[in-house]
Design a binder for this molecule. Structure first.
Ligand code: GLY
Ligand code: MN
Ligand code: MN
Length: 466
C-alpha cells in the first residue's frame, strides 16, 4: 500500500460522514481477458477503490455502512489450485486488517448485505461503472440494467469522491513526481531517438519499454506521430522525415497508479525551420502564460480563454488570423488551430476521474460547459482552481487540412481567418506542449524534478548528436 492504514481509514471516515446514510459500494476491478480468460491484460485497479482501500488485488469490493459506520472488505480467498499457479497471497482478512477495515467476508455476502439494505429501503450508493463485468454484477445486485446504471449512480457519492480525490496530498504529489521522472526518461529518450529514418513505432516501443522496465505502464496509449495535427495520432511504421516535426504525447503510470502526461514536439532534423519556430514560440508563450494565470480561485475557463486570446493575437501577427481578438475568440475562430481544452485534472487517472462524469469533475453551478461551440465543447474543466489540484497545461496549434477545407467551404469564421495563407500550412502538422502543474497556495508549479526541455534553444541543444 502506498500510504499507512490511517490514511485510508481517514479517507473513508470523511466519505462516510459526508454521505451520511445508506450503504456505499466501491467496486475494485476484476482481471480482464485479452483473448481467453486466463490470458489477461495487466491488472489495473479501480482508482477510487484504490484511493479508499489501498489494495491492488482483483475481485474485491469495499462496503461502507454510512449510518452505522460499519465497513467490510469483500472478496474470495484464493484456493489451493490458485496457490499452485500463482503462489501464496494475503487472505482477504489480512488485506482488510492492512486497510483498517474491521470486517471481511466472501463475495457471496455482498448480495446478502445489499438485499438487506434494499429491504430496509436504504439508499445504495455506487459510482458509475465503466467495466462490463461489473455492470453485470451490479445488475445482479440491484436489478438495474447496465444501460440505466450511469444515471442511477449516486450523485452525492460522485461529488464526494471528486472533492476528496481532486485535492492531492503531499504524498500523492510525490508519487506523481515519481511518474514524472519516468516520463522525463521516456520523453528525453524519444527526443534523442528522433531522427530521419527512425520509425514512429520504434520510438514508441522504446518509450513503453522504459515504463515496463520499471514495472509500470504507460498512462495511456502513447501518441507519437509526424502528423501532430491528428489529436490521437498513434505511432505508425512510417520512417520519420527530415524537415517535419514529431509530436510525442506520453506518460507513465506508477505501480501505485499515479500518472504523468507530457507532450513535446521535436524537429526531426534537429533544428526548427523559421516557419516552425514562429508557430512553436507561440505555443511556448501560451504554455508559459497559463503558468502566470493559474492559481487558487481563478476559473480554469479564464485560463483557457486567456491563452486563446494570446494565441489569437500572435496568429494575427503572422497573418493567419485577423479582426478583433475578443470577437474572434468569442466566435471560436481560434479553435481552427486549438480545437481542444487547455488541460485536465490529472492524478490516479490520466484524465483524473473522467469516468465519474466530466461535468462533475470540471464544472459546477458557476461554470457550466458550453457544448454548442466547436473546440469549447472539448474543455474538460472550467471551474475555479483549488490549492492541491494537479492540472495539465497543454496548448497546441494544429493545421488540420480537412478542417481548413470545411471552414473555407462553409465560410465559418471567415472574417477572422486568412484561408489563403492557411492553405500554405496544410503540410505543417501540429505542435503541442504539455506539462503537469500543481496548484499551490499562490500560483502553480510544474511537476517533476527535471523539466523536459521545451524552449527552442534547449530543444535544439538537447537534440544535438553526442
Ligand atoms: N493524451 C491525452 C491528453 O494529453 O490529454
Ligand atoms: Mn498528454
Ligand atoms: Mn493531457
Amino acid at each position: 500500500m502506498l500510504f499507512d492504514k490511517l490514511t485510508y481509514v481517514e479517507r473513508r471516515r470523511i466519505l462516510r460522514e459526508r454521505i451520511g446514510n445508506g450503504i456505499i459500494l466501491l467496486f475494485g476491478n476484476n482481471d480482464s481477458p485479452v483473448n481467453y480468460p486466463s490470458n489477461g491484460y495487466k491488472f489495473r485497479q479501480d482508482s477510487s477503490f484504490l484511493y479508499f482501500f489501498g489494495q491492488h488485488r482483483e475481485g474485491l469490493v469495499g462496503v461502507i455502512d454510512a449510518d452505522e459506520g460499519k465497513e467490510w472488505l469483500i472478496g474470495n480467498d484464493i484456493d489451493i489450485e490458485d496457490i499452485v499457479w500463482f503462489g501464496q497471497v494475503d487472505s482477504v482478512a489480512d488485506m482488510a486488517q492492512q486497510s483498517g477495515v474491521a470486517n471481511s467476508a466472501p463475495m457471496s455476502q455482498l448480495a446478502v448485505l445489499v438485499e438487506k439494505a434494499r429491504q430496509q429501503g436504504r439508499r445504495i450508493h455506487f459510482l458509475p461503472p465503466y467495466r462490463h463485468d461489473l455492470m453485470i454484477q451490479l445488475m445482479d445486485l440491484t436489478g438495474i440494467h447496465p444501460s440505466k446504471q450511469r444515471e442511477a449512480a449516486s450523485l452525492e457519492l460522485i461529488k464526494a469522491v471528486i472533492d476528496q480525490r481532486a485535492v492531492k496530498s503531499q504524498g500523492e504529489v510525490e508519487e506523481i513526481e515519481r511518474a514524472c521522472a519516468i516520463g522525463y526518461e521516456m520523453h528525453t529518450t524519444a527526443m534523442r531517438m528522433c531522427a530521419p529514418g527512425v520509425t514512429e513505432q520504434e520510438i514508441a516501443g522504446r518509450i513503453s519499454g522504459i515504463a515496463s522496465s520499471k514495472g509500470c505502464i504507460v498512462s495511456f496509449p502513447s501518441i507519437l506521430s509526424m502528423h501532430g495535427e491528428i489529436m490521437h495520432g498513434y505511432p505508425s511504421p512510417r520512417p520519420l522525415e527530415a524537415g517535419r516535426l514529431m509530436l510525442c504525447d506520453c506518460g507513465a503510470e506508477t505501480n501505485e497508479n499515479y500518472c504523468s502526461d507530457n507532450t513535446r514536439t521535436s524537429p526531426i532534423s534537429g533544428k526548427f525551420t523559421q516557419r516552425q519556430k514562429d508557430i512553436y514560440q507561440i505555443v511556448v508563450d501560451c504554455h508559459d502564460h497559463a503558468l502566470t494565470l493559474a492559481r487558487p480561485g481563478v476559473k480554469w475557463w479564464d485560463v483557457h480563454f486567456g491563452v486563446a486570446r494570446l494565441m489569437t493575437e500572435r496568429l494575427k501577427e503572422l497573418g493567419l488570423m485577423r479582426g478583433d481578438t475578443d470577437e474572434a475568440v468569442a466566435a471560436g475562430a481560434h479553435a481552427m488551430f486549438f480545437p481542444h481544452g487547455l488541460g485536465h485534472m490529472m492524478g490516479m487517472d490520466v484524465h483524473d476521474m473522467e469516468g465519474l462524469g466530466q461535468i462533475y469533475v470540471g464544472f459546477d453551478d458557476e461554470v457550466r460547459p458550453n457544448l454548442d461551440q466547436f473546440g469549447t465543447n472539448c474543455l474538460r474543466c472550467g471551474r475555479r482552481l483549488q490549492e492541491g489540484w494537479v492540472m495539465t497545461d497543454e496548448p497546441g496549434i494544429y493545421f488540420i487540412p480537412a478542417l481548413i477545407d470545411e471552414w473555407r467551404a462553409t465560410g465559418h469564421c471567415k472574417e477572422f481567418l486568412n484561408f489563403d495563407l492557411l492553405e500554405t500550412y496544410k503540410d505543417f502538422g501540429g505542435i503541442r506542449l504539455e506539462n503537469d502543474i500543481l496548484i499551490t497556495h499562490d500560483g502553480c508549479r510544474i511537476l517533476g524534478e527535471k523539466i523536459i526541455p521545451y524552449k527552442i534553444k534547449d530543444v535544439e541543444e538537447f537534440m544535438l548528436p553526442f
